[in-house]
Design a protein around this ligand. Sequence first.
Ligand code: NAD
Length: 489
Amino acid sequence: MEKILNYINGQWIDPSDVEYVNVYNPAFGEVRAHTPLSGVTAVDDAAQAAAQALPNWRRTPAQDRIQYLLKLRQLLKEHEYEIAKAITDEAGKTFEESKGELQRAVENLEVAAGIPSLMKGEFSEDIARGIDETMIRQPVGVGATIAPFNFPAMIPFWFMPYALATGNTYIVKPSEKVPTTMQIVFRLIDQVGFPPGVINLVNGSKETVNPILDHPLIRAVTFVGSTPTAKYLYARCAANGKRVQAQGGAKNPVVIMPDADMDMTVKIVSESAFGSAGQRCLANSIVITVGDSHEPFVESLIAEARSRKVGYGMDEGVQTGAIVSKESKERIENLIGIGEREGANLVLDGRGTVVPGYEKGWFVRPTIFLDVKPGSEIWKTEIFGPVLSVMHVNTLDEAIALANSHQYGNQASIFTNSGVAARQFKYEIEAGNVGINIGVAAPMAFFPFSGWKDSFFGDMHGQGMDMVEFFTQKKIVVERWPKEWTRKF
Ligand code: NAD
């Protein structure tokens, strides 16, 4: 049984004096590893190591720093199978989805490799006679990422490559449910040969997170996870004077217009809602049909959802993988029960799914509710499973108003053939990511990634240029060097 280790100051460390929790393969329902619940000591060791490594790393030219990232990129690509299989075996998604996730990690390394040009400062000559003004960017210091379970490889890479490239040193805290992917990634980081302390790994749960939020040497924290934790963490970091950005939960609406291409729309919405077993922060989870779109859309959506192959993500043809844990499966099934009791029309019920050959695994087949009421529990709550709530309105204005009345604003999509409808939607919808005839509007690594409203707490987003802003502090230098002075010498 794999024992998960920390990686601090270039050494693999077994924090043997702490409690451990089980890590499962959710398709098998079997334990595959044990995560240590590291506490104050491990976090302090990592923060001290990162702080000691900082002066030398910061002085290393950006051009040299990015060579480490490029080497890591190459190793991630060479170990694609091993990493993607680890993702599937701990997070439950399909092998194709895992490979796609890893590709996003690679792309973030590629964008961060452009940091030398992104980090360029600004210079203004003769702001007064003989006086020049310069803006330079310097690293913030030690940073940390606290990651969720659903993208064990990708999410740390929304932040870490940029932090390192801009001269910061770093700590990664994966989800205790999916720590094995980062064990492999850190073995590759070890192989790259980063100077000790530049990049550290600490495993655990909230007893690991709180010391990170309170540690005076850690100056910048990025978080991705559920909204209650995001809110809590944002407030605690701010109270401690840290830079912080916290990405939270979601409940993403998709509006179906009567002029949409129904075949394409049904396929894309079904993949968005039921791919990754709905455990994706950009998954469509509320469908709002407009006017005549309702009947044709719903009819073929049900057929499409029913036909999806559910099972172990490494098996051929599987489209919907496992639910990450027994507790998550129970929570999803409980919410389906609540929806039924609230009076929504359950036309496809995924509860009680058993996959032959994987009888101990945790699966929920695609589930569809019709006639879901605004304000009901299944409308409000992020279910984070393959459950789609369908609602119906008569006009696009009503659809946008309904979508905007939700607390979350991570992603919203519209399916239409009308540029006018698409433009109105893009203009009026309150969401950080908008899809037009797209189901999962995930930004490329050179665009910022984040939501609005209760899906995000902070200002700078993940990925791209926002990360350069987040991980650098600007310094203004005003200099007086008038030419006349040279005449004195
Ligand atoms: P989670 O909030 O349970 O855990 C996230 C991280 O916080 C983990 O590392 C966990 O160890 C830690 N944590 C959990 N409870 C804590 C507490 N009380 N105090 C301090 N730390 C705590 O989230 P999850 O279940 O791992 O991930 C799913 C959630 O993440 C969903 O809500 C999903 O929408 C969200 N998510 C959002 C985005 C985005 O970009 N907005 C991306 C992916 C996932």
